[in-house]
Write a protein that binds this ligand. Structure first.
Ligand SMILES: [Zn+2]
Length: 92
């Protein structure tokens, strides 16, 4: 007798705090602050333009060790990390 039902499919996924967006949101989905910063990975040449962007909260530095699979955007107001949702195209 196998009465196992896939009830877990109906449950809302509350375990994941991961925020995913297909494209960069204009404002933070958590605190509505704007702009949301793009996280730059790797070695970044610091110049006055970049410094200005960081100052304005448009860019956030993610360091050189993360990258693949890491968050793409960050709210500099509340620190919310936002991941880019991969759009999977269905093959017909
Ligand atoms: Zn925020």
């Amino acid at each position: 007798m196998n009465k196992l039902k896939r009830e877990w499919n109906k449950k809302p996924n509350r375990m994941s705090a991961r925020i995913e967006k297909e494209r960069k949101p204009n404002k933070c989905p958590n605190c509505s602050a704007s702009p949301v910063a793009s996280i730059l990975y790797g070695y970044v040449g610091m110049d006055s333009v970049l410094e200005q962007k960081i100052e304005e909260g448009r860019v956030s530095l993610g360091g050189c060790c993360e990258g693949m699979g890491g968050p793409v955007w960050e709210c500099t107001h509340c620190g919310l990390k936002i991941y880019q949702k991969l759009i999977v195209k269905k093959l017909s």
